[in-house]
Design a protein around this ligand. Structure first.
Ligand code: ZN
Length: 232
């Protein structure tokens, strides 16, 4: 009695395919192997190694010849196992690559010792050095006698005391080397306290030992007042 299968779901379709497969495995004995393709062709088909068009492949023969269908099914399973094995090898190779890269990275990365905690040392606050412009004679064009201010060859906060009578407010500050290259350029706010006008400015003189510099200051936009400095 013919079996009836309703194709209402995916599982029913699978059932139908299994039924047909089982049927094909036994329904067409072909003991003399009439019209059978060579083992090579079957293998090429099973391993998907043929570029031939589907119409040129002996598909209709295979589904109507039980020996060929059995052989093809066996070869197809082998091909699928080989594909899975290759995939697993590729996955294993990728894992090895990642592990290798991680090992290399951890070897290169500095090892943090719990004993030597690498807490960043906060930079020491800069020392404040008095820069008393009030005590100096300004240089004027024509080579007037000048008093030279000596300042240390380090980075420090210059507490600049302005000449008597200087107004509080915005000032531009510039420190230049002998060739007029700029060492410091800043805008500052001068404040008056006990009759002395002063401001603070950071002076990075750490690499300037032995140099003659010019300390310049002016109310924004007006004429520079110049003071010679020696760094030692
Ligand atoms: Zn055959």
């Amino acid at each position: 009695m013919p079996r009836t299968i309703s194709l209402t779901s995916r599982s029913h379709l699978r059932e139908l395919l299994a039924y047909l497969r089982h049927d094909t495995l036994i329904a067409f004995p072909n003991p003399d192997r009439h019209g059978c393709p060579s083992q090579t062709v079957l293998r090429q088909m099973a391993f998907r190694r043929t570029k031939a068009d589907l119409t040129h492949l002996p598909v209709s023969h295979i589904v109507s010849c039980s020996p060929c269908f059995r052989e093809y099914t066996k070869l197809r399973k082998a091909a699928q196992h080989q594909r899975i094995a290759r995939m697993m090898i590729a996955v294993a190779a990728s894992i090895l690559l990642v592990v290798g890269a991680l090992a290399l990275w951890t070897r290169r990365a500095p090892i943090e010792s719990p004993r030597v905690a690498e807490t960043p040392i906060p930079p020491a606050p800069l020392a404040t050095v008095m820069v008393n412009l009030a005590s100096m004679t300004r240089t004027r064009g024509g080579g007037a006698e000048v008093t030279r201010l000596t300042l240390p060859a380090k980075r420090f906060i210059g507490h600049v005391q302005m000449p008597v009578g200087s107004e509080p407010g915005s000032y531009e500050v510039r420190v230049a080397e002998a060739d007029d290259s700029t060492v410091v350029e800043a805008n500052v706010q001068a404040r008056i306290s006990d009759g002395v006008t002063s401001f603070d400015v950071e002076l990075p003189f750490d690499d300037l030992g032995g140099k003659q510099l010019t300390f310049m200051v002016r109310p924004a936009g007006l004429t520079w007042q110049r003071y010679p400095i020696y760094v030692e």
